[in-house]
Design a protein around this ligand. Structure first.
Ligand SMILES: Cc1cc2nc3c(=O)[nH]c(=O)nc-3n(C[C@H](O)[C@H](O)[C@H](O)COP(=O)(O)OP(=O)(O)OC[C@H]3O[C@@H](n4cnc5c(N)ncnc54)[C@H](O)[C@@H]3O)c2cc1C
Length: 316
């Protein structure tokens, strides 16, 4: 099968890019990556280690412009004879994959969490109802598109670097103009983070976030927050997780002083391990937690940080 994987890069390769290429290699076939963004050829060549046979790069297209990206991928799909196109399930995929689906008459599977089962047709397991359930979606069209939920697959490097070729995606004029780009300030971007320490209104005010940041820094984690906290201005909006914020799937999500409303859970319940710290034993978040601490975050967080620091020190 000819597979085309789309990635957008900054200077480095995002974990999600390595995940989608690994995912394609698990499916198996001729894997071409079509890339946009700033990464240089030497960086893109590393995708070969994860299973790509070739990378086509068009740095003239803007990942913010869904129409340009759609034209680029459609042309790359045509050139490579792609039967399957794979995206990471991010904002670009949400805007581009449906357009491409119409243009290529390709069935679209959105939010996949496993490789297709081809024993009887082409069936893919997906996350549905904000992660509350799984569905099995069968696609019958000749061409297919999959967007893969981040953190569903561990990147695995097994091969060697591959060739990188400049590709003219005939992307045409931009339909939008990016006026300003603000990068999140945290050292670890939230969507990429393996570990996240998050806090809510239970922290009482922005002046108390030091203990949240201390734990995050001891663990090497990103920080996040509930929506009201961002709405009131205690924390920046890019930290807000949930149905209307960033959806994350880290290996560890620690939530302090967050009640666990369904809109919050919708963005975090794909986390592998959830730890909840709350004074109220009836807080709904405990039902979704793997580990729960009924206690005051103001006591628990500093103790937690101390314990992490002690543990880290004992490892050296
Ligand atoms: C359309 C819509 C979309 C929404 N989207 C989102 C979204 O994307 N993300 C999101 O987060 N919310 C979202 N919300 C809001 C959501 O419904 C909740 O109101 C919100 O998540 C509650 O935030 P919170 O848990 O920080 O605050 P609260 O509900 O006020 O909970 C604070 C918690 O802290 C605990 N607590 C208090 N003091 C302490 C202490 N000292 N130590 C430990 N625990 C303590 C309390 O017991 C309580 O459980 C949305 C709502 C709507 C209507």
């Amino acid at each position: 099968m000819n597979i085309l994987v789309y990635i957008n890069t900054s200077n480095a390769l995002a974990k999600s890019a390595l995940e989608v290429v690994t995912y394609a290699s698990k499916i198996g076939g001729n894997i071409t990556v079509v890339a946009t963004g700033a990464a240089d050829d030497a960086t893109l060549a590393k995708l070969g280690e994860y299973g790509a046979q070739k990378v086509l790069v068009d740095r003239s297209a803007s990942a913010e412009d869904a129409q340009q990206i759609t034209r680029l991928i459609a042309k790359a799909a045509d050139t490579t004879g792609a039967e399957l196109i794979i995206f990471s399930h991010d904002l670009v995929a949400k805007a581009v994959a449906p357009r491409l689906s119409v243009r290529l008459k390709a069935g679209l599977i959105s939010g996949a969490v496993d490789v297709p089962n081809t024993a009887n047709g082409f069936v893919v397991k997906v996350n549905v109802f904000s992660g509350k359930a799984y569905g099995q979606v069968a696609v019958t069209s000749a061409k297919k598109i999959i967007s893969l939920l981040p953190n569903s697959f561990q990147p695995a490097a097994t091969g060697a670097a591959c060739g990188v070729e400049a590709f003219d995606g005939a992307v045409g004029a931009a339909a939008i103009k990016v006026v300003e780009t603000k990068k999140p300030e945290g050292a670890i971007p939230l969507p990429e983070a393996e570990l996240v320490v998050s806090a809510g209104r239970g922290m009482k005010g922005p002046e108390n976030w030091g203990m949240v940041e201390d734990l995050a820094s001891a663990l090497g984690a990103a920080t996040a927050c509930s929506r009201p906290v961002a709405d009131i201005g205690w924390r920046p909006h890019h930290e807000h997780v949930g149905q209307t914020g960033v959806a994350i799937r880290p290996n560890l999500y620690i939530a302090a002083g967050i009640s666990g409303a369904i809109q919050h859970l919708a963005g975090v319940n794909g986390s592998k391990v959830i730890v909840v710290i709350n004074t109220d034993p009836e807080a709904p978040f405990f039902k979704a937690a793997d580990y729960g601490v009924v206690g005051d975050a103001f006591d628990v967080l500093p103790k937690f940080t101390e314990a992490v620091k002690k543990f880290r020190a004992s490892q050296h």
